[in-house]
Design a protein around this ligand. Structure first.
Ligand SMILES: NC(=O)c1ccc[n+]([C@@H]2O[C@H](COP(=O)([O-])OP(=O)(O)OC[C@H]3O[C@@H](n4cnc5c(N)ncnc54)[C@H](O)[C@@H]3O)[C@@H](O)[C@H]2O)c1
Length: 379
């Protein structure tokens, strides 16, 4: 038996993402010498289907009401994965109950909600981080480390994006993610924005001004009874940002793309950064490789590298095997639980509450830009 700290976990919202945490904890033995062993012991979700799934998975405590889960003293950590209109109420309740938690993005339906949550978190002892797993791909980690090494020289341009095509099918029924009252006025920026913002913000590529192109392409969808319902969120957002680093007064172009309707793409997350001396490019569309650029002695050289299954938290998986989405979740949770124990070391940590509020400031400024048709300061 390894010397691991046992942590009991409850899930509030057992939908698409809540179930993934059960699967991640059950692959925990893939991790080599991790300091923590999490076990999901409870779920709170009013849906009978969801409750049935967790019953089948032998989760001992199944609640209708999240308040019952938060009142269970056995639970150390909560994963909260509910629609955006419920973030503020449930995250504040988790803080009031003295629980540590990983909250899903966008961490509040709008900037004001995220600020209220973060104020409460900072006034508490709760250890809280924000979900964002894509930067844990080995190619993304290599790209991040290459930028951190200073190999780019002066930054020329940064591009970061998340492109889906799930909404190309106009017969797909409406769900909460396509309605402002549940998803928020920021629409696709709330769904995909933190994924796009996390790496630039972590690297200190700070957004100063933004001009936005926001597009609501599909305006009506059917509900489950065949009635037309307004599909009133923005499907696609392209933000033209002026960014700056702490060490440089010049502002460089930074493009953030968030699209639910990106024909030809399935679930493509990418990060590209180019500088005067070097550059780097990673996309989950080609997850086994990343590219590095260098310019020296008048030569421009692109190199394609295969990082293999080289993860932040070592795993039993052979180094040549492909890395995928569930692996990124395992790595993210490994960082969350290790950091909670003070054992993150110099490894990449989960998105922070300051990062998520900053992302909201950019999205709120993008909404202002949409209405003013002008560039707006990020405030
Ligand atoms: N990190 C990622 O890659 C990723 C991917 C998808 C979604 N998300 C985020 O995860 C969150 C949930 O999204 P999802 O795709 O899992 O949605 P989902 O609709 O699949 O699941 C949400 C669940 O919340 C439950 N729920 C509703 N009201 C509740 C309440 N009062 N108490 C407890 N449970 C309640 C629903 O019954 C449902 O099962 C959102 O914040 C979303 O942005 C993150």
């Amino acid at each position: 038996m390894r010397n691991q700290v046992s942590v009991k976990v409850g899930i509030i919202g057992g939908g698409l993402m809540g179930k993934e945490l059960v699967a991640a904890t059950r692959r925990w033995d893939a991790l080599v010498d991790h300091p923590v062993r999490p076990e999901v012991v409870a779920v709170a979700d009013p849906s009978p289907d969801v409750q049935g799934w967790f019953k089948n998975a032998n989760i001992p405590h199944i609640y209708n009401d999240y308040k019952e889960l938060l009142a269970n003293p056995e639970i150390d950590v909560v994963y909260i994965a509910v629609p955006h209109n419920l973030h503020e109420e449930i995250y504040l309740a988790a803080v009031a109950a003295g629980k540590d938690f990983l909250g899903e993005k966008p961490f509040g339906i709008d900037l004001a909600a995220s600020e209220r949550i973060v104020t409460a978190v900072k006034a508490s002892k709760s250890f809280v981080r924000v979900s964002s797993e894509m930067p844990f791909y080995p190619g993304a980690q290599a790209a991040i480390n290459f930028v951190k090494s200073g190999a780019l020289g002066e930054i020329v341009e940064v591009r970061s994006g998340f492109l889906h095509s799930s909404d190309l099918d106009t017969s797909k029924p409406i769900n909460w993610k396509r309605q402002v009252k549940f998803c928020g006025e920021i629409g696709v920026m709330g769904d995909l924005g933190m994924h796009v913002a996390h790496v630039p913000l972590r690297l200190g590529l700070n957004p100063k001004k933004v001009y936005s192109l926001l597009d609501d392409i599909v305006k009506i969808r059917k509900d489950s009874k065949g009635n037309d319902v307004a599909c009133d969120t923005f499907d696609n957002a392209v933000l033209a940002i002026k960014g700056a680093t702490g060490s440089d007064n010049r502002q460089f172009p930074m493009i953030w793309e968030m699209k639910r309707i990106a024909p030809g793409e399935s679930n493509t997350w990418f990060f590209n950064a180019m500088g005067m001396k070097g550059g780097v490019s990673f996309s989950t569309r080609t997850p086994a490789t990343y590219k590095r650029f260098s310019y020296s002695n008048g030569e421009q050289v692109w190199s394609e590298l295969q990082p293999g299954h080289k993860t932040n938290w070592p795993v039993i998986t052979g180094g040549i095997f492909e890395f995928g989405f569930p692996d990124s979740l395992l790595q993210m949770w490994a960082s969350y639980f290790a950091e909670r124990e003070g054992k993150l070391g110099d490894k990449f940590g989960c998105a922070t509450v300051d990062e998520v509020v900053l992302s909201h400031r950019v999205f709120a400024s993008a909404l202002r830009s949409f209405n003013s048709h002008a560039e707006e300061m990020v405030i």
